[in-house]
Design a protein around this ligand. Structure first.
Ligand code: MOS
Length: 693
């Protein structure tokens, strides 16, 4: 163990760059290269969902004053390979989904580029499209893996027989709609070609990853691509890997010889940067009369595009949640004429747990048991599928602590009987889980001659406070006061680091920061310091050698819902979460992560829904006027708490990831509360008015 007993880890600190952000001096991607002779690019998006581009007439666009170039398949530079065929921009005339980039204008101003983009005439050969997810699709198939790297199916024992023989059973189908990632800062990139290399100021969740992808595409050694992103206004998974607009910026800069800016409009984001797949889930649970689960079967049906296979890990949380000797989880996928889905906050865990935790509520009612007691009754001693010991697991403590704080003990289980004026009132609970992951990272630590320290790691601070918690971690590892430590992040020139995703950023980068600081202290002991001393570490070996354990965070959400009996309007009047997440490094930024996740869960439960226009083959609600997220008036006092949890085997900080678990159980807790309020079980999200009346 390397905890030093100094004060930084665990301290409630305001974000180091908070002042820059609130005073507007923190520079985001689009605001860079102000001193350059910048041009702007705007994409032309396909108006059909399937077919090909036959001809492109650029004459009208090119006659507009200020237009520099119109780029399309017929004149674009050829690109190198990529693991993601979505990035093969202008490499073929095939149209795989409506909204795909088929051409782009480069112009002196963004207004000119937008006007000219509207004047590019495209002739298509249109084919019939198929954009509707359904479980009886003959094209449905078993994906090669589910993201990021899980087996698609698992099975233990004989779940079908156990289900048939169960004293109590439920067989339920839940659906969740497509949802679109909507970070506050739209995707933006400024691309500059200079000195035989490419520089990108880019809004992303990992500059090392963007560098590597772009280097391959343009046939450059990685060190000739530099990706700079000191401040990022959120991503929710849509900035984990580069999407076509990043490539567009680089291509447009190459073609025009200018520094080129691209910024997605909110509307363009709905086609071009990913989304959460719609999912149909079937959950079957069998239990004995005492509520002990004998069978758990969870099947997920999802969509991908014809461009690339992306399968969300929807049923993976069911593999760790509850003890049952007979169990099966599966994922099936259909390739439709739609954009490729991607990660969206707690991909898999969040929709999957909406289904499982709704089904647990329904099973509790079928068994005549309290839903908390049902969960505690099925608490496993070890990971129910792998058999591995948990590094730590405090679901029961979270449920009990949440019940105490929420006032669960007085709850009358009868649905539809509590009134407050015109409103029916109910409460619900759901459990949460999220994997505790760590990936290899590099980091440097340098002792300056003035007694200060500089730590470098190509981490991404997407608004979470990563820079702040890494500074806390470094200060303790160096046994130095916070003011003497500076942590540099957000630049691919810094030591290579994994993405800010999978709730693994702090654990991955933090491990490397601790090891670099430890190595630096040893080095300082050996030398006397008249020159700066720098050390560099890579944690690949340490992580490869870590013990085999089942590593997960757990939590529980409690919701109170009020349903207007006349209008069907649902208000979440109270939301409370308790989490077991190891050591909390900064209570202030941690609380923000939890309440942010739960707030997004309110949106998932009540509002967020991308609606497919079957005729045109595209999601039709393309902006905040029609795609609703939870706004201030929708969000009550959200309470977030955590229990004391010591887990020394996960990483030197003893911390688990917290970026995603807040959303995981929230939608189920709200749906369970709505059922308790009204007696109406809504199995299809969002819980719209028409689903209650
Ligand atoms: Mo998160 S969906 O891993 O950014």
């Amino acid at each position: 163990m390397t905890l030093t007993g100094t004060q930084a880890v665990g301290a409630t600190l305001t974000r180091i760059e908070g002042r820059e952000k609130v005073t507007g001096t923190a520079r985001y991607a689009f605001e860079n290269a102000q001193d350059r002779d910048t041009a702007y690019t705007v994409p032309v998006q396909a108006a059909i969902a399937r077919g090909s581009v036959v001809a492109v007439d650029t004459d009208a666009a090119l006659t507009l004053p200020g237009v520099i170039a119109v780029i399309w398949y017929g004149n674009a530079p050829r690109l190198g390979p990529s693991d993601d065929p979505e990035l093969a921009l202008f490499q073929s005339n095939t149209v795989a989904y409506r909204g795909q980039i088929v051409a782009a204008v480069v112009a002196e101003t963004i207004e000119t580029a937008r006007e000219a983009a509207g004047q590019v005439r495209i002739e298509y050969a249109q084919e019939r499209h198929d954009v509707v997810l359904r479980v009886d699709d003959p094209k449905m198939y078993k994906p090669s893996k589910v993201a990021p790297n899980y087996p698609t199916d698992t099975e233990l024992g004989d779940p079908d027989s156990a289900l048939r023989e169960a004293a109590v059973s439920v067989d339920l189908t839940y659906t969740t709609p497509a949802q679109h990632n909507n970070p506050m800062e739209p995707h933006a990139t400024v691309a500059v070609w200079e000195n035989d290399g490419l520089t990108l100021y880019d809004s992303n969740q990992g500059s090392s990853a963007v560098r590597d992808v772009l280097a391959r595409l343009f046939g450059l050694p990685p060190d000739r691509v530099r990706v700079i992103a000191p401040h990022v206004g959120g991503g929710f998974g849509s900035k984990l890997a580069p999407h076509p607009p990043v490539v567009l910026a680089a291509v447009a800069a190459k073609v025009s010889g200018r520094a080129v800016k691209v910024a997605m409009t909110r509307q363009q984001m709905f086609s071009l940067v990913g989304y959460r797949t719609p999912i149909i889930q079937r959950v079957r649970l069998g239990a004995g009369g005492d509520g002990g689960l004998t069978a758990v079967i969870h099947d997920a049906f999802e969509q991908t595009s014809t461009v690339r296979e992306f399968a969300e890990q929807t049923t993976t949380p069911t593999r760790v949640m509850y003890a049952a000797p007979n169990r099966r989880t599966t994922h099936r996928l259909t390739a439709l004429d739609v954009p490729t889905p991607t990660f969206m906050r707690a991909p898999g865990e969040c929709p999957g747990m909406f289904a499982l935790e709704s089904a647990m509520d329904e099973l509790a009612i079928a068994c005549g048991m309290d839903p908390i007691e049902l969960r505690i009754r099925n608490e496993p001693a070890t990971d129910p599928e792998s058999g591995l010991p948990f590094s730590s697991r405090n679901l029961v403590a979270c449920l009990r602590e949440g019940a105490r704080r929420f006032g669960w003990a007085d709850r009358d289980p009868a649905p539809g009987v509590r009134r407050d004026g015109r409103r029916l009132v109910g409460t619900g609970v759901a459990a949460s889980t999220y994997p505790t992951i760590r990936r290899p990272s590099e980091a440097t630590a340098r002792a300056e001659i003035d007694g200060r320290f500089t730590v470098g790691v190509a981490a991404a601070d997407i608004g979470t406070g990563a820079r702040t918690v890494l500074t806390q971690i470094a200060a303790d590892a160096l046994r130095a006061p916070l003011e003497k430590v500076r942590v540099e992040v957000g630049d691919s020139r810094l030591p290579t680091a994994p993405i800010a995703g999978g709730s693994m950023g702090t654990a991955s980068w933090g491990t490397a920061v601790v090891r670099a600081c430890e190595a630096l202290l040893e080095e300082i002991d050996r030398r006397n310091g008249t020159r700066p001393i720098e050390v560099r570490v890579n944690t690949a070996d340490e992580i490869a050698a870590q013990p085999r354990l089942s590593r997960h965070a757990f939590g529980a959400q409690f919701a109170e819902a009020e349903v207007d009996m006349d209008t069907g309007e649902v208000r979440v009047s109270r939301l409370l979460g308790v989490f077991g997440v190891g050591r909390v490094i900064n209570p202030k930024t941690a609380r923000s992560q939890f309440i942010g996740g739960m707030t997004m869960g309110i949106g998932m439960a009540l509002m967020e829904e991308s609606v497919m226009d079957v005729e045109f083959g595209d999601y039709l609600n393309h902006d905040f006027a029609q795609y609703h997220i939870a706004a201030c008036a929708d969000v009550p006092a959200v309470e977030a708490y955590w229990i004391e949890e010591e887990d020394t085997r996960i990483n030197p900080m003893g911390s688990k990831g917290i970026g995603e678990i807040g959303i995981v159980g929230t939608a189920a807790a709200i749906a369970n509360a709505v059922h308790h309020a009204t007696g109406i079980r809504v199995r299809d999200l969002p819980i719209r008015i028409d689903r209650l009346l």
